[in-house]
Design a protein around this ligand. Structure first.
Ligand SMILES: [Zn+2]
Length: 357
């Protein structure tokens, strides 16, 4: 397990689900003294048993309930784990889900005999049947309290979500994607100082654009978790809240959107955040060559300009020799980069911060 940044109060455990997302958040309410549990995404179906399931098993044994299970969007690297999850647990132990519906239903197939999922089922209808999912989309500006934690949704907004619903019919349906290949071309040999001159080209995926992105606030401390959201949607939400490059949002941690894709991180977004700790949820050798050093170069360049004497922490979900070679030793020194990697195979990386209220 990774060392703490400050002292214990809130932990964010990013699990190694290949080039996917699965985060477990735990914090202790200062007022009720109740331990709160939030899960953001479920990774792939075939990463579930070694990553998320042991956590759910432990919580079930303790008799703890998960306060909120957020499914940021319908791509298989975020929602695939829901199939084995429902086969194992149904909706037991989860108080509520957030899941924004898409016209092509996410269908759970090949159930086992032990549970009643023999036919394919529509995830949304399944969750609705138990009254455990939002009946209208979760959109920008939605605020939810989980104990002392305050969640403020940044993405998607109403317009983007409606367009996603329209566009969806032309897109690829649900797919697990991400076939591991060994020979991918990365941009890791290019220096940060060169990569920052590349023009930002935005992501065109409508499913990514529909991602739920949000800020979780505990006391005065905030973390931003972005799913695979598009930066312009997040920028618009932050600007609406009054944040500007001169008055950026102060964050303890920001998850870099879309596994570090260069199409999902713009200078303009990073200029709106005052943050020294960044999380990348990706393995090496995936078909997209995520994470892109170009995205990290934007993060590092803007952050270093704001606070040239403060270290920049980058957290990875895999301990991999290729990920360790993204930055040269000169770059690590010049930009005061401190990279963190998990010590164990399946537990991922844990980031801890202290809320001060
Ligand atoms: Zn993704």
């Amino acid at each position: 397990m990774e060392k703490v940044i400050h002292k214990y109060n809130c932990i964010i455990n990013a699990l190694p689900v290949r080039c996917g997302d699965c985060l477990y958040i735990n914090f202790l309410d200062n007022t009720s003294k109740i331990s709160r549990h939030i899960i953001v995404d479920a990774g792939y179906s075939n990463t579930y048993h070694r990553t998320l399931k042991p956590i759910i098993d432990r919580l079930a044994k303790e008799g703890s309930e998960i306060d909120l299970f957020i499914l940021t969007h319908t791509d298989g690297d975020h929602i695939g784990g829901m199939k084995p999850h429902i086969i194992n647990f149904g909706v037991n132990g989860i108080k509520q889900f957030w899941f924004n519906y898409a016209p092509t239903p996410f269908t759970l197939k090949d159930g086992t005999d032990e549970v009643s999922i023999k036919q394919g089922i529509n995830l949304r209808d399944y969750l609705l049947k138990f009254g455990k999912v939002n009946s209208s989309p979760i959109l920008t500006g939605h605020v939810e309290k989980i104990g002392d934690g305050i969640i403020t949704v940044l993405s998607p907004d109403n317009e983007q979500f409606n367009r996603f619903v329209e566009e969806w019919r032309n897109e690829e349906p649900y797919s697990e994607g991400d076939v591991a290949i060994t020979t991918t071309t990365t941009d890791y040999s290019e220096p940060i100082a060169d990569l920052i001159h590349n023009e930002y080209e935005p992501d065109s995926s409508w499913s990514n654009r529909s991602s739920i992105a949000f800020v979780l606030q505990l006391g005065s401390k905030k973390v931003m978790l972005t799913g695979d959201a598009h930066p312009d949607v997040i920028i618009s939400a932050l600007r609406t809240q009054g944040y500007t490059p001169d008055n950026p949002i102060q964050l303890e941690l920001m998850k870099i959107s879309h596994h570090g894709s260069k199409a999902n991180t713009s200078d303009e977004l990073i200029k709106l955040v005052d943050c020294q700790c960044f999380l990348i949820s990706s393995n090496e050798g995936n078909k997209h060559s995520f994470p892109h050093k170009e995205a990290l170069a934007r993060v590092i360049w803007v952050t270093h300009q704001r606070r040239p004497k403060t270290p920049i922490h980058i957290y990875f979900t895999y301990n991999s020799s290729i990920l360790k070679e993204i930055f040269s030793s000169e770059e690590q020194k010049e930009f005061m980069l401190i990279c963190h990697y998990p010590e164990t195979g399946n537990e991922g990386i844990t980031i801890t911060f202290c809320a001060d209220e």
